[in-house]
Design a protein around this ligand. Sequence first.
Ligand SMILES: Cc1cc2nc3c(=O)[nH]c(=O)nc-3n(C[C@H](O)[C@H](O)[C@H](O)COP(=O)(O)O)c2cc1C
Length: 178
Amino acid sequence: MYDFISLVRKRRSIRRYMTDPVPAEMIKACIEAARFAPTACNTQAWRFIIVEGELKERLADKSLGGIVVPNRWASNAPVFVVIATDLDFITHRLGGSIKGIGYHMIDAGIAGEHFILQATELGLGTCWIGWFNKKAVSKVLELPANWEVTAMITVGFPGEAPPDKRRKSLDEISIFKR
Ligand SMILES: Cc1cc2nc3c(=O)[nH]c(=O)nc-3n(C[C@H](O)[C@H](O)[C@H](O)COP(=O)(O)O)c2cc1C
């Protein structure tokens, strides 16, 4: 068990994994943590697609190639979690155009981080993947046309302990006004 700030500090992006499979119960515990995330208008429009085995290989092959951020390392993760959003919800369809705010992206980010922090507490490693081919993901997973793929997360038992990364100081990022 970690206190909250220790858990937050323990979480790191893991890009090298052990080959051990991840028990389904652990993945379910992470989805359970994500399920309690707040969402705009309580829409809960996210869907978590857990991809393993041969389908995961195909997903990596079709969606993660690329010149700028190839993300080839990801195929050594035993599990991919794809977060998709059901865009039928009016808040999410209109939010962007009326208010200029992508509520579904915020919702996916919060839920994804709940998932990740629970995974960290369970001793799992994770990494957000934001650089992928959305259309290829939808096609490989045969997702409904109204679902937008919003993010991917790799999951597995960590095979590395990355060195500390510089964080900006509190003074650099906080502006108090009155
Ligand atoms: C929205 C988002 C997208 C990201 N996309 C990628 C990615 O495509 N490939 C990758 O290797 N890391 C990706 N990362 C991980 C970041 O590079 C990482 O969080 C950052 O360097 C800080 O390191 P840390 O997570 O170990 O603290 C992403 C992180 C976030 C939050």
